[in-house]
Design a protein around this ligand. Structure first.
Ligand code: COA
Length: 145
């Protein structure tokens, strides 16, 4: 498997089953397809990258659509990494996000450990800084009934 030169980028939501498979292939965790479908439907902006009809990369923006925006699920299939696909996905998401911001807003993300440099090259600042605290998160899991 590898890029064949027929890569296409689109601003349409990914197929939920392909999205769930790509997440799993990249070690981002298994999502049931119906959960993936609902998550995608709740987002603001999507970018996909296909090699022919195979989903090989994607990214989403979630948020309020006015002042707060967060990048999620920036994922490139391992066989397609380090070819500029992730950069193109983030750049396209940022272009569309900036068009939605009326005057000023914040674009955030939670980088996976070791991926900070990838996002710094694209304009993000690692926290904490002298004026901004660390990003924080809470992972919630519910027992199956
Ligand atoms: C992080 C990820 C999306 C990067 O996608 P990619 O297509 O491999 O990245 P690109 O080829 O577009 O790289 C763009 C630039 O970032 C650099 N870069 C890519 N991965 C990097 C890494 N892990 N650490 C440091 N720099 C990195 C590249 O060298 C390149 O720089 P250049 O333009 O000066 O050559 C991809 O590695 C991935 O999907 N990882 C698994 C899932 C994951 O961890 N997602 C992050 C969720 S926060």
């Amino acid at each position: 498997m590898g890029a064949t030169g027929s890569l296409t980028f689109n601003s349409t939501p990914p197929d939920p089953a392909a999205f769930a498979q790509l997440r799993d292939d990249c070690g981002c965790g298994l999502l049931p397809v119906d959960v993936a479908r609902r998550a995608i439907a709740g987002g603001l902006i999507n970018i996909t990258c296909h090699d022919d009809d195979m989903l090989v990369g994607c990214g989403r923006v979630v948020g309020d659509g006015v002042v707060y925006f967060y990048l999620q699920d920036i994922i490139v299939h391992p066989a397609y990494q380090r070819r500029g696909i992730g950069r193109q996905i983030v750049e396209r998401l940022l272009t569309q996000t900036k068009q939605m911001i009326p005057s000023e807003g914040t674009i955030g993300l939670l980088a996976v450990h070791g991926k900070e440099a990838f996002y710094e090259q694209l304009g993000f600042t690692s926290r904490p800084t002298p004026s901004f605290g660390a990003g924080m998160s809470m992972y919630v899991t519910k027992q199956q009934a």
